[in-house]
Ligand binder design. Structure first.
Ligand SMILES: Nc1ncnc2c1ncn2[C@@H]1O[C@H](COP(=O)(O)OP(=O)(O)OP(=O)(O)O)[C@@H](O)[C@H]1O
Ligand SMILES: [Mg+2]
Length: 271
């Protein structure tokens, strides 16, 4: 079997349409007088390859927005369009790892491929490849209970990336980790996403994390969460964790906190 176009340039041109567009997206829970408006209206456009961070007060609807994007929840009103080539374009990573304790590390990482009925040999090879990239090769046969928190979260990341998602949805993935480990995983994720250019929507409570990782940081209001501000960290790509010590970093962090502070207070002490 020969390549019919041996001299054709191989990489596809980047798609020009946005990967994701939300228009007047809202979500309520419950009905009638007891209905709770959790989210929106949210308008949001994410371009291919963009890394977008969402920050906002607790309970403002960040996870709800991610779950709608993942197709796990329907919006109550508004529209979500995903410009994607595959029927399952998104992979989600949760704060609590979401890995199975009764499966080995390799089986956990292979899980998404098993669901897609990828043949075992290929699935094993792809899973081992991602385990190697995450520095977990020697733990392929181990069970998650024997791993540290950081290693478990690496397993979760490897599992999400093994399916080569078009969109990566991360819901406070590093929240349960200590500060040092969190910094290390942020730097690893920075490296990884700058290589793969996977379109990513990343929820965090940490402004530092949002500034280090994001092309954009979106600030959400108190519930029902709307997007009230957008900032672009002024660092070129590829960037490294060194941006943490830049004066612009500290300045942007203060600015974002000013924007967020009122919303956090509004959530804590409703009018
Ligand atoms: N399945 C559900 N049924 C009823 N209410 C829900 C449900 N899921 C979320 N909510 C409510 O919707 C609101 C938004 O929840 P969501 O989990 O999206 O917030 P969040 O921004 O992710 O908060 P946090 O930062 O604490 O994770 C909250 O008031 C929550 O109680
Ligand atoms: Mg949440």
């Amino acid at each position: 079997m020969g390549d019919p176009h041996p001299t054709a340039p191989s990489p596809a041109p980047p798609p020009t349409a946005p990967t994701l567009r939300a228009q007047a997206l809202t979500r309520s829970f419950g009905r009638g007088a007891k209905a709770l408006i959790a989210l929106g209206p949210v308008d949001l456009t994410i371009a291919p390859g963009e890394f977008t961070c969402l920050v906002g007060p607790s309970g403002c609807g960040k996870s709800t927005l991610l779950r709608i994007t993942a197709g796990l929840l329907r919006p109550s009103a508004g529209q979500l369009s995903l410009h994607a080539a595959s029927p399952r374009p998104a992979a989600m990573i949760f704060q609590d790892y979401g890995i199975y304790d009764w499966k080995t590390v390799l089986a956990n990482v292979r899980f998404g491929l098993d669901i897609q009925r990828v043949p075992r040999r290929e699935a094993d090879a792809r899973a081992r490849d991602w385990l190697a990239r995450m520095g977990l090769s020697e733990f392929a046969g181990a069970y998650p209970a024997t791993l540290s928190g950081g290693m478990r979260q690496r397993v979760a990341i490897a599992r999400a990336l093994t399916v080569e998602p078009e969109i990566l949805l991360m819901d406070e993935p590093f929240a349960a980790l200590d500060a040092q480990l969190r910094t290390i995983l942020q730097d690893e994720l920075l490296d990884l996403t700058q290589t793969t250019r996977t379109t990513t929507l990343f929820v965090t409570h940490s402004l530092e994390e949002a500034i280090v990782l994001g092309d954009r940081v979106l600030v959400m209001s108190a519930r029902p969460g709307r997007i009230i501000a957008e900032r672009r960290p002024p660092f070129t790509r590829p960037r490294t964790g060194d941006v943490r010590s830049a004066p612009e970093f500290t300045a942007l962090k203060s600015e974002l906190w000013e924007l967020l502070r009122g919303e956090v207070r509004r959530e804590a002490v409703p009018a």
